[in-house]
Design a protein around this ligand. Structure first.
Ligand SMILES: [Zn+2]
Length: 594
């Protein structure tokens, strides 16, 4: 990020946006928060209290572990208390304000917070977790306190495919580097296969509308026929019946980008009838986008996208989770208060609408996310069509200029193509310069050569105030939306997201420690109906994260986006310790498909 600006080219406006890019990259790097935490007094959560008289005594059965004298934040958001917690096998046997007399293995948690294991409620790890090996892609989450994922977001599901689909190769290549081959169509089969394997984390899944459509008809852009609609609905309904928590839409990606409102309504009704949830990667995350017509003084496109999903909720009564609320490009930043008010109004109306956020100003996507629906609907022909290219070039030129977002904000993290691997980690403007190409042509060339698979990390997403407002908002949940890749540059969210959220909550006094914990544990478990997890309660699964509220911090920087955090002291998955004093033991595989 630091070397890619040519100062001689910068106009005054360019220089200003350069400054804000620097501010954003500093924030990404965690440097900014380091400076500010020096100024702001660290909020000293009242981790004090007294342990009462001995209450209960337990024998050592070889499976019990006592977490002693910790400060219990139980996931409800209520003020925590000094207490003791006893694990027995995979279960929490006792949580007590009083003393627990126990002669066996005891971990002293004096001065530390004992909280439920963090739930990464917007994840794509369904395409990684069941793969044997690849521990380096999973352990960064353990290192930041994550014990469970809710995967299958943004329309990309790991099952619910049409039988004998000719498009399975497309699906598997589209999503991730291949970690395993898909030999199933239904979630029942996926669960059977994955339950026979050992996992580092727990995982709940959503069915992905996009991958189900893809399995039926590839990237076809016309509306579904009556027969296809029946199959589409049936496959997704079966997914819910077999254990998926709901359905995700990916309305900015092919082929969900082609879905009609009627098709989405039908699926939302079905999900409502089964008391599931819809998560949605919306049609637009910027004030101007190719998803809606450009009208002078019209409503910002990202707000229209929120309106559309609220309308879908109003029509169907479905539980709606607006995925990774972000504000792409400078001109979108000021729409954040309006977006939050729109969500508040819907909630006051009684609609069950929430959203999620991460702590960073960058996020992952694929290279086609910038390309208009009309262009994508005729591929590969449009790559070669002079007139289509000219039209798209003009469209993106106008949007970029009006939006305050440019090719220099797009970092190609993994081209997923060995021939282009040398460009991994570089920004699009740098790549274009190196290849002596025009930036637009360079983007289209990468899109064409990788069939839209190249993964990107977009910078200048939301300004810091937007992120802080979202962290504070009562309807927000916390997540990473990050998937580490075997090659290329990593998304810092996979390494430091939850520590950074806690760091912001502490240094900027946004929400109490207990409330921050609730948004990454109990509230997410409730949202996805994950039973017996997300809270520290007797009889609940022993997914536990012990952290130091005073020292917890993200250590990632723009130069090193894969630095482990400080302050995560112990992590237990189903009662088995997977991290001790900041060190992950990748050999312990205690996760379950939940
Ligand atoms: Zn998404």
């Amino acid at each position: 990020m630091d070397n890619h600006i040519d100062f001689s080219r910068l106009s005054r406006r360019g220089f200003l946006s350069f400054l804000s890019a620097i501010a954003a990259s500093l924030t990404v790097s965690g440097l900014f928060s380091r400076f500010s935490s020096g100024r702001a007094e660290a909020k000293d959560a009242n981790l004090k209290g007294n342990i009462g008289a001995p209450k209960i005594a337990y024998k050592d059965n070889g499976q019990r572990i006592l977490l002693k004298n910790g400060f219990i934040a139980d996931g409800t958001g209520k003020t925590g208390f000094k207490g003791n917690l006893l694990i027995n096998g995979g279960t929490i046997e006792e949580v007590s304000r009083g003393e627990i007399a126990f002669p066996g293995r005891t971990i002293d948690c004096e001065g530390l917070v004992v909280s439920p294991g963090f739930i990464d409620m917007h994840s794509h790890m369904d395409w990684v977790l069941p793969g044997v090996g690849h521990d380096n892609l999973k352990t960064p989450f353990t290192a930041q306190g994550v014990t469970s994922f809710v995967a299958g977001n943004c329309g990309f599901g790991v099952a619910a495919f049409a039988k004998n689909s000719p498009h399975m190769e497309l699906i598997q290549r589209r999503i991730m580097d291949r970690m395993f081959s898909v030999n199933w169509t239904s979630f029942a089969e996926f669960f059977r296969w994955s339950r026979s394997r050992m996992h580092t984390h727990n995982m709940a899944v959503l069915a992905g509308s996009g991958t189900t459509r893809m399995s039926m008809r590839g990237m076809k852009s016309d509306p579904l026929s009556a027969d296809e609609r029946k199959v589409y609905k049936k496959l997704l309904e079966q997914a819910l019946e077999e254990g998926a928590r709901g359905v995700s839409f990916g309305l900015q990606y092919e082929p969900d980008i082609f879905a009609t409102m009627d098709e989405l309504t039908e699926i939302a009704r079905m999900v409502k009838s089964r008391d599931g949830i819809i998560t949605v990667h919306m049609k637009a995350y910027s004030a101007l986008s190719p998803s809606y017509p450009i009208r002078p003084f019209g409503r910002a496109h990202n707000l229209q996208a929120i309106d559309d999903m609220i309308e879908l909720t109003r029509r169907t009564g479905v539980k709606m989770q607006l995925s990774h609320l972000i504000f792409v490009g400078e001109r979108s930043w000021k729409t954040c208060p309006d977006a939050l008010e729109t969500i508040d109004r819907a909630r006051k109306e009684g609609l069950d609408v929430q959203f999620d956020t991460y702590a960073y100003h960058c996020g992952t996507s694929n290279i086609n996310v910038f390309i208009s629906k009309w262009f994508l609907s005729k591929l590969p022909e449009n790559y070669e069509s002079e007139s289509a290219r000219r039209k798209l070039r003009m469209e993106l030129f106008v949007i970029r200029k009006l939006l305050g977002f440019d090719f220099g904000d797009i970092q190609v993290t993994n081209t997923m193509d060995p021939e282009l691997a040398q460009y991994n980690g570089m920004f699009l403007d740098e790549i274009a310069k190196t290849r002596k190409m025009d930036e637009f042509d360079c983007m289209l060339d990468i899109s064409k050569r990788t069939k839209g698979r190249a993964r990107v990390l977009n910078h200048r997403y939301s300004k810091l105030d937007n992120v802080l407002d979202m962290i504070k908002h009562p309807a927000s949940l916390f997540m990473t939306d990050a998937t580490p890749t075997p090659v290329g540059v990593q998304n810092p969210g996979a390494y430091g997201n939850f520590p950074l959220l806690l760091q912001y909550a502490r240094d900027r006094r946004l929400v109490s420690m207990e409330e921050a914990v609730r948004k990454m544990t109990g509230a997410s478990a409730d949202r996805f109906k994950i039973e017996r997890r997300g809270y520290l309660k007797k009889g609940y699964a022993a997914d536990i994260t012990v952290f130091n509220w005073k020292t917890i911090r993200d250590n990632t920087t723009s130069k090193n986006s894969s630095a482990p955090p400080t302050g995560i002291e112990a992590v237990f998955v189903n009662g088995r310790q997977v991290l001790a004093r900041g060190k992950v033991d990748p050999a312990v595989k205690a996760g379950l498909m939940i």
